[in-house]
Design a protein around this ligand. Structure first.
Ligand code: NDP
Ligand code: 8X3
Length: 255
């Protein structure tokens, strides 16, 4: 169903984005892979081209760079400009401080990446989708967008904004065949926690201690499920949690 379509994955150098690339490559799509770490993208592209014989274009891009996003799109080779699917996955959290003690640089980074970056990418690729009468926007939200947790403040706010933007975009697209899906994962074992804690691996590992988190592959397979529904079916929002997690605040840890 998806074979031959051009799929843009942001944040493809790690975690959920990296797994989305793997799962979608297996479905025979053409992959446009972006993130800041070019070498990782090139290794991934090479692996996918070899294993799945699909076209891949790895490109370094910082989604926070508004003009950079525009220039990136304008300079895409013509055969890559008709993007059928975008997976807005690039994102991060920084810190777990109380709001009144928070590092404002951390806030800027989260807002600029999770919110503004997602908007820049979406604004850039959507007109073509509408013009061609086909397309699907998948936004990776979070359980953190459904309810806040202590210290989650700005990260949770960015993910709540992703949900509302998905809802708003669906309304703006009504009457077009372009679909919009927001996926809200709970705890997923990726580089997310090491990034949140600025490389403090001990603290990062504590997040998943005593429970079985989701894997990036679990989320990627869910993305693939949403993308492969028939054209009249739009999964608007989907939350997936580890069995050991009930909500953003409540998890079950074994001794
Ligand atoms: P990772 O840290 O493993 O991956 C994050 C990806 O985002 C990397 O590829 C990173 O690449 C990319 N990225 C970060 N900043 C930028 C930027 N400015 N421009 C381009 N790419 C960027 O974490 P996850 O895979 O877990 O995170 C993916 C998404 O899933 C995020 O939006 C996150 O909020 C969300 N999420 C994660 C959950 C979890 O528990 N892990 C749960 C719910 C949602 P690079 O550094 O090379 O730029
Ligand atoms: C990532 C999941 O609960 O750490 O969005 O915020 S959580």
């Amino acid at each position: 169903m998806l074979a031959g379509e051009t799929v843009l994955v942001t944040g493809a150098s790690s975690g959920i984005g990296w797994e989305c690339a793997q799962v979608l490559a297996d479905l025979g799509v053409r992959l446009l892979l972006v993130a800041r770490r070019q070498e990782r993208l090139e290794n991934l592209a090479q692996e996918l081209q070899t294993n799945y014989k699909i076209p891949c274009l790895p490109q370094a891009l910082d989604v926070r760079d508004r003009l950079g996003v525009q220039a990136w799109f304008q300079n895409l080779p013509p055969e890559w400009q008709c993007i059928d699917v975008v997976i807005n996955n690039a994102g991060l959290s920084r810190g777990l401080d109380k709001l009144y003690e928070g590092d404002i640089d951390d806030w800027e980074e989260m807002i600029d990446t999770n919110l503004k970056g997602l908007l820049y990418i979406t604004r850039t690729v959507l007109p073509g989708m509408i013009h061609r009468g086909r397309g699907h926007v998948v936004n990776i939200g979070s359980i953190a967008g459904l309810a806040a947790y202590p210290g989650g403040n700005v990260y949770c706010a960015t993910k709540a904004a992703v949900r509302i933007l998905g809802d708003a975009l669906k309304q703006d697209l009504l009457g077009t065949p372009v679909r919009v899906t927001t996926i809200n994962p709970g705890l997923v074992a990726t580089e997310f926690s090491p990034v949140r804690f600025h490389g403090d691996m001990e603290r990062a590992q504590q997040v998943y201690q005593g429970l079985t988190p989701l894997t990036g592959r679990d989320v990627a397979e869910t993305v693939a499920f949403c993308l492969t529904r028939p054209p009249h079916v739009n999964i608007q929002e989907l939350t997936l949690l580890p069995t050991d997690q009930a909500n953003a605040l409540l998890v079950h840890r074994r001794e």
